[in-house]
Design a protein around this ligand. Sequence first.
Ligand SMILES: NC(=O)c1ccc[n+]([C@@H]2O[C@H](COP(=O)([O-])OP(=O)(O)OC[C@H]3O[C@@H](n4cnc5c(N)ncnc54)[C@H](OP(=O)(O)O)[C@@H]3O)[C@@H](O)[C@H]2O)c1
Length: 315
Amino acid sequence: MEGDFVMRALLVDPAAPAGLRLGSAPDPEPAPHQALVRVTATSLNYGEVASLVPGAAPGTVLGWDAAGHVERAAADGSGPAAGTPVVTLGEAGGWAELRAVDTQFMGVVPEGADLGAISTIPVAGASALRALHRVGPLLGRRVLITGATGGVGRYAVQLARRAGAYVVAATGDPGARGELLRGLGAHAVVGDPAEADGPLDGVVDLVGGRQLVAAYEKLGAGGVLVSVGHSGGDDEHFPHGVLYGDQGRHDRAVVSFYLLGCGGLGRDLAWLAGEVAAGRLDAGEAWRGSWGDAGVAVEALRGRRLHGKAVLEVG
Ligand SMILES: NC(=O)c1ccc[n+]([C@@H]2O[C@H](COP(=O)([O-])OP(=O)(O)OC[C@H]3O[C@@H](n4cnc5c(N)ncnc54)[C@H](OP(=O)(O)O)[C@@H]3O)[C@@H](O)[C@H]2O)c1
C-alpha cells in the first residue's frame, strides 16, 4: 500500500499551520474521460481556503485551479495530447503534482506561457467571464463589480471594460485600491454600491449581504444582478419597497451562479489563457511563492490582507 503514495501534494492537516502541509498521496487514477496532468502551478481562491480547508477530512487533496502539461491523454480520445500545456479546473485535486481532470474542464495554453499566471484563470477568470455573459450585452451598458479587488473582481473589471461597458468598481478601501482598479479599466471606483451612479444595467456581486441589496437598488429597468459570491458572510435583507417595480423597474432580476454547473468551459479557459499569455489580461497576481509556503498565503487571504490571486509553484 505504501508504494501507492508517491506524488507530493498539499494535504489538509488540522494540526498544521493554516491547516495544510506538504506530504504524499496516492497518484490519481484518471477515468476514461480524464487526462492526467503534471501540475506546475496552482492558485488559491478565497472560497476554498476560507470554507473548504477547515471542514475537510485530514489527508484530503483540495484545489480547484491548476496549470501544467498533459502527462497522459484521456483514454476516450477527448482532450489534448501528452505534452500539451493546459489550464485545468476541478472540484479538488489541484494542489498536487499530478491531477486527473475531466477534459471538458481543460483549456490548451500557448506554448511558453507563464503557467503561474495562467493558473489564476480557472475559478477567477472563468467566473468573471460567465457572470458577465449572464448580465447580457455590455456595449454601452453600465456595470458594477463589487469585491472588485479580489481574484474574480479584477478579471471582471477588465473583461467588462473590454466588452464596452462603463465600469463601476466597488472596494472597501477606494483610497488605497482605487488606482489599481482604474488601472484595470474601472471608470469609477466607489466605497459602497450605494454610491454608484445609476441606473445600472448589470451587477456582478462578489460580496453579498448589504452590498447585494444596495446594488440591486441601483439597477434600472431590465437590469440583472448576478450573485456570484458571498465574501461578506452576511444575510441579505430586502427592506419593504425595494422590490417595488416603480419607475418602470418591474423586470429587474437577481440570478444565482455556480461555475462548475456551466457547460463548455474548456473553450473559455483556452481563450482566457491566450489573453493572459499575450499580455491583454492581467492575471491579478498579488503573491507568488513555493507551495511549501502555502500557509503564508492562506492566512493572508483569510485575513483580507491579500487582495487578488496567490500563486503556488508546485514541486
Ligand atoms: N458561485 C461560484 O461559482 C463562484 C465562483 C467564484 C467565486 N465565488 C465566490 O465569489 C467571491 C469572490 O471570490 P474571489 O476569489 O474573488 O475572492 P477574493 O479574492 O477574496 O475577493 C473578494 C473581495 O471582496 C471584498 N470583500 C468585501 N467584504 C469582504 C469580507 N467581509 N471578506 C472578504 N472579502 C470581502 C474584498 O475586497 P475589498 O477589501 O477591496 O472590499 C475582496 O478583495 C467569494 O465569495 C467566492 O467564494 C463563487
